[in-house]
Write a new protein. Sequence first.
Lengths: 216, 215
Amino acid sequence: MGDVGRGTDDTRDERALIIELLDDLAGRQRARRFARREFRARRAWLSLALALLLALGAGTVAVEIVARVAGRPAGLLPVADAVALLRTARWGDRGVGAAGVALAAAGAALLGLSAPGRWRLLPVRCGDGRLAGGVRRRDVRRVLTGAALGVHGVERARVRVRGGAARRRVRVRARTGYLNVANTPELIDAAVRARLAGLDLMGDAAVDVRVTCRNG
Amino acid sequence: MDGGIRVGTAAAGGTLVLCAAALLGADAVEAVLAGVRAGAHGTRAAADPVLAPSVVRYAARHGWFWPAVAGVAELVALAGAVGALRTVRAAVLRRRNALDGPSRMLVRAAAIDLRRDVLAVPGVRDLRFALTGTRRAPRLALTVACPADAPLGALLAALGDGPVERFRRAADLPALAAVVRFRPGAAALRRGFVARRRVGEPPHMDIQHREDRCE
């Protein structure tokens, strides 16, 4: 009986652990979604411009059609000129082909712009779906440059941070005053990774360090 | 949080962009296909006018054609207008709040505690904050200056569990979402146009502006 009771307790503990882990995972996913919504470029100006363009363009067309159906053309659009142009233009004309290519390019550009934009701030790791923290890319760059310059012998360092919450890449280019680089790249790598760990940004980052010495 | 507004706006914006892209893409595909067809069928198809007489005859024969086109155009125009309004509303609500009087009173009282609580968190040097959004979807935007070597994850958790949660309860805004922008290495934060107008705490809150103007 005692064994059975212990078994039940163990099962309950395991279940509680699994529920806790799943809750944690769900919280992290919510936090990630919230951070994405907050920190990714919104392209509000593009949305607004397109919405206004659609509203004005389609509204004008509708008014013109209704006016013409009612027998009193509003004259908002050069309908006669457009019809004449379309009647005289042939499918084989170079202009028609060019217009098609231009429209395809515009459509492709709009489709590209409808994809999520660049991370304006790099998100900080968080498990709360109602909380998001972020840090500017240039601040991360400055902090990591400071970490690289903190390594003994490093005279100059330049850091680039690419990517957002996923596939983030940190590229460090440093110069040492010594005649050979020895283990400076490893030291810089360790310093930068330690500082990155301190920043606790969402997602992992690949660090690429290249060091030049006085001899080139 | 402001999720309802922002998700709706993003969906509306995305749909509009996709609609525009689809319209342009459809036109382009039609033009390109026609060009290919013209190439395949030789000079006869290439010599066809873009606006074929059969299309004109079809529109003239069917009385519903132009009213239907007008209806579709009206729907597109309506969608565009709604999309524009939602985009503007979302943009405004990201900067301003639309709280009612009692909520403002609560927030005004809670804001002073929030500032004190946040500045008491180890690692916080300076703070700027603003409450935006609506009562149903409020959003607290904080900018925090901290040391360059501050552990941001721990700092964020400390802010979320402590001051932000207390503010949520004190202001009676359970749906409040908080966004923290860290400025590692900054000693103090530069005040903006709004904050320069007066000296007081909290410096970036709409609620406080009115209070300062009253004084």
